[in-house]
Design a protein around this ligand. Sequence first.
Ligand code: SF4
Length: 270
Amino acid sequence: MQRLAAIEKQILTSPDQQISLTDPDSRSMATSGRGSGVVGYNVQVAVDTKHHLIVTHEVTNVGTDRSQLANVAKETKTTLAATSLDVVADRGYYSSGQILACEEAGITVTRPKPMTSNSKTELRFGKQDFRYILEEDVYICPAGERLAYSFTTEENELVLRRYSTNACQRCAIKQSCTTGKERRITRWEHEHLLETVQRRLDEHPEKMRQWRETVEHPFGTIKARMGATHFLMKTLPRVAAEMALHVLAYNLTRVMNIIGIKPLMAAMRA
Ligand code: SF4
């Protein structure tokens, strides 16, 4: 009990309220199961859609993917010396700030929007049930009412505009919309970027299949080679070095499969 009490003190003083006794750098990684996690590392890869080669990769101990998109995308663009880049990412990478950072760096993003709204999960109207009219800066709600701009707030460094109407009190379908006095819709100052990202996906739904086929190829191959133990090293720098070797081995065998060993040897000597 004394030992556990000492560990508890350590946990409470650590910045992220976590300690790992096996490997001090490993952290709990969010998984798809609610409230569950796997202790380990977060590996990000950028894979080209034509040859499935890993263009760039990064190992972190950040528990979610939300803040990873812009860094990896920018690194990929630099590695490829490209003037523009189309990126397809999965649902976990949804952060408004990251999408803005990509857009500013000349990177177009396609990815699905997560369903985070409580209303939608509780079967009330979600934000997507409200139509935005750009020219008039209003939202039209499912009852046909206009939600006009009412005030602006700042949250997590995002400037958010709020829209509302005073028609909610006498609305016949209010119980399907809000449990409060009135429904409010929030619009980020750069929301048009998120709408463009969504539109890209609506116009090309096949992109998510392409994403799965592309990114699962290297992950599947590398995991099969790693075996059940996955990383053998401990601490972030060593795990990063281990991963870099796996990526190198994957890319080399991939190129051998694509162009053959002799042309690869010749290209390496040139
Ligand atoms: S509650 Fe308000 S926002 Fe919701 S449908 Fe009715 S009028 Fe529109």
